[in-house]
Design a protein around this ligand. Sequence first.
Ligand code: NDP
Length: 355
Amino acid sequence: MIELTIDKSKPVLVTGATGYVAGWIVKRLLEEGTTVHAAVRDPGDRHKVRHLNELAAQSPGTLRYFQADLLQPGSYAEAMDGCGLVFHTASPFTLNITDPQKELVDPAQLGTRNVLETASRTASVKRVVLTSSCAAIYGDNADLDSTATGVFTEDDWNTSSSLNHNPYAYSKTVAEQEAWRVAGRQLAWDLVVVNPSFVIGPAINPHATSESFNIVRQLGDGRMKAGAADIGVGAVDVRDLAEAHLRAAYLPVASGRTIVSGHNTSLPALAQALLPRFSAYPVPRRTLPKWMVWLLAPLVDKSTTRAFVTRNVGLPWKADNRKSIAELGMAYRPLAESIQDMFQQLIDNGLIPKH
Ligand code: NDP
């Protein structure tokens, strides 16, 4: 286990502190006794901040809220003032959109510019940790064919996504590119990028809106009862991901991009991992034929296009997580633990009907 030396002399900014991923980062920072500046869109929304207040009350650290919006230039300046470190996690993660430019790309790309240019104007900032995504590395599983080694690595960039095809992945790609562009124009702070695969595991925030919940919920609410599409995915536990963020922030050796992914897996394998504990639930037990998914999926869910099915279903996902292990000292918990803990929480919160 790597020992982290946490600098508690200066506050730390976390953007999007109300989010699923950010919740565990804030928890770890507060446990370490850090002063956390939580930048949120609406600090007055008691529903969204109650879990953070409860955490702060039980921890040695201190929590302060600041109102900020990715699309309001300069709105992170007050929250960043005096901070040595910035965790930039805020970015919309939703597949249910009508205007990809406005709802995904603008907040991701302009928001990253906004936060990082503020870092360049804030003398105290020494490091920015950006929550990017494996979606900035690949767009479709078919992209594996064009990699140098048959596995996604930090050298790969997503070149297949666009506003019309996988717009969320496109938003994460242009946001990370924007981050490297802004970082390259100054020398006062260094940029360390975390590239997580699909995040699973329990939330600190019971009202988290992350798309992670919608996807795992479908494994248990009956919508996939007939079977699951055979889509390869990477998965990482949200608690492991928070640890990776802290290491990216406090280990001097951390640099560049790092794939943070515990498992090369698939949708049917995630379902399979639920069965030992949740066999009474309508968890998919079969894999649907690709032709059937191609025919039906776009009718059931408008974000699953036929182009997506063609380029993802029946194809594996493989990423190389060795840099995260060698440089950040990551150890990943078992897949079954992560997916089962999350499923149980969705049942407890009434999001999956009890059986
Ligand atoms: P959440 O939806 O839970 O968190 C997203 C956060 O971004 C929320 O706090 C949200 O604030 C904030 N946000 C969105 N739009 C704006 C805006 N215009 N101004 C200010 N804040 C905004 O998702 P996750 O926790 O899953 O995602 C966190 C990060 O992790 C994102 O960058 C995402 O791309 C990345 N990621 C997530 C993965 C996953 O599988 N979950 C995988 C790989 C990367 P509010 O509460 O006000 O809506």
